[in-house]
Design a protein around this ligand. Structure first.
Ligand code: AMP
Ligand code: GLY
Length: 423
């Protein structure tokens, strides 16, 4: 069969790698893709938000299955656009992707269906938000309602900071229209875990757990980023935590979405905080995580196409999802200065070192093929993943492999997976 993948990040490279392993697949396209993805797919110059062009391409090439990797097109209704033309597509429809697209929606959903999450209030004007802060406990968390590249969350330690934050979101509109509404919520402490799950609208089957490192610098300092590295599984996601989440979070979320007339089909990403009072939902995303996919997919035993088709056809209950009994660590190699400003266009050397190395992966994010070779083309450039017998082994291997590639302004965190030592 012919598959089209929509997106251009490390996540889409990991998806393309997994799709290429499926014996069912003869040809893969990726729109727009990146230099690394060309190893598995023919990249086509259509942007993820150009729905008409994507649909026309899928019809013209007789694509059997389109997989949407990114949040923006999902929230914008790309799945509906494909379905309207009778095309098969993997991902939630617009009315379900709202679980990521509006934090106010997801908070109200959790409240209505008693799904554990932080206390909160939604606001659609600055005055009410500021008034609320006067009686709130610090620290406090401010969240722009809409999509903001993972950067629309402000953690404020003082009332003053929080007041500034409200202005940043609602007055200065730093996150654009994402800040037309906002959520103000209780600050939680604990371990964070990301759990991705396949969903067919009724059944939800979780993949192995992962932990992201959102901040730009070592010791969780600096600005929030899309993610600087991941490990899988999380040693903090114990059987007890998992059982609790199955019972009180995952299935109730599926049922809540169905009850609201918004059945969720695709990958649901639940960001959890394991607090002293038990696990609570930090956020939902309507897609694979990036760089969570880069540690979860290399450990998955199933044929990804079989699982995705089962989701679309509503028979996920028949799939036995299986993961290898090992571990993986992904270290992101970024351009120095990310997530604020950085230079691009530097030659990437050493990529061949990953050829035929079992258990090592170099997933491209911001890379571009030029006449000189493959050059840096974004903030997050590469995700270096290694599998190991356990987390420590995987971490050692991943950091060794980060030395195999070189480019000017290469930047990485050196403490990805450090939390493992405390487990
Ligand atoms: P989100 O995009 O909602 O996952 O938020 C980004 C990051 O902000 C999360 O990964 C957490 O590290 C942090 N965060 C979000 N909400 C809270 C909260 N209620 N308490 C503490 N930290 C939070
Ligand atoms: N790594 C977090 C995300 O994909 O949103």
């Amino acid at each position: 069969m012919k598959v089209l993948i929509v997106g251009s990040g490390g996540r889409e490279h990991a998806i393309a790698w997994a799709v290429a392993k499926s014996p069912k697949v003869d040809k893969i396209y990726c729109a727009p893709g990146n230099a690394g993805i060309t190893e598995y797919a023919e990249c086509v110059d259509i942007k993820a938000m150009e729905f008409d062009k994507l649909v026309a391409f899928a019809k013209d090439k007789e694509i059997d299955l389109t997989i949407i990797g990114m949040d923006d097109p999902l929230v914008g209704g790309v799945v509906d656009a494909f379905e309207a033309e009778g095309l098969r597509v993997f991902g939630p429809r617009k009315n379900a992707a709202i679980i990521e697209g509006s934090k106010a929606f997801s908070k109200d959903l959790m409240k209505k269906y008693n799904i554990p999450t932080a206390f909160y209030e939604n606001f659609d004007n600055k005055e009410d938000a500021l008034a609320y802060l006067d009686q709130a406990k610090m620290p406090i968390v401010l969240k722009a309602d809409g999509l903001a590249l993972g950067k629309g969350v402000l953690i404020c330690n003082t009332l003053e900071e929080a007041r500034e934050g409200v202005k940043t979101i609602m007055e200065e509109k730093k996150f654009g229209s994402a800040g037309d509404r906002m959520v103000i919520e209780e600050f939680m402490t604990g371990r964070e875990v990301s759990v991705l799950a396949f969903c067919d609208g009724k059944t939800i089957k979780c993949m192995t757990s992962a932990q992201d490192h959102k901040r730009a610098q070592d010791g969780d300092q600096g600005l929030n980023t899309g993610g600087m590295g991941t490990f899988s599984p999380s040693p903090f996601y114990t059987k007890e935590v998992e059982d609790f989440c199955e019972k009180y979070i995952y299935q109730p979320t599926m049922d809540a979405m169905a009850a609201e007339g918004r059945p969720f089909v695709g990958v649901l990403f639940t960001g959890l905080m394991i607090t002293e009072d038990g696990p609570k939902v930090l956020e939902y995303n309507a897609r694979f995580g990036d760089p969570e996919a880069q540690v979860v997919l290399p450990r998955m035993k199933n044929d990804i196409i079989e699982v995705m088709e089962a989701c679309i056809d509503g028979r996920l209950d028949q799939i036995d999802l299986q993961f290898e009994d090992n571990a993986a660590v992904c270290v992101v190699l970024a351009s120095d200065g990310y997530p604020v400003s950085y230079q691009k266009g530097f030659l990437i050397k050493g990529l061949d070192n990953f050829k035929d190395r079992d258990g090592y992966y170099c997933f491209h994010a911001g890379s571009k093929l030029t006449e000189e070779g493959i050059v840096t083309n974004g903030g997050r450039v590469l995700g270096i993943t290694a599998k190991g017998a356990d987390l420590k082994d995987a971490r050692k291997k991943a950091y060794e492999a980060t030395e195999w590639v070189q480019f000017d302004n290469k930047y990485m965190r050196h403490d990805i997976g450090k939390a493992i030592d405390e487990a």
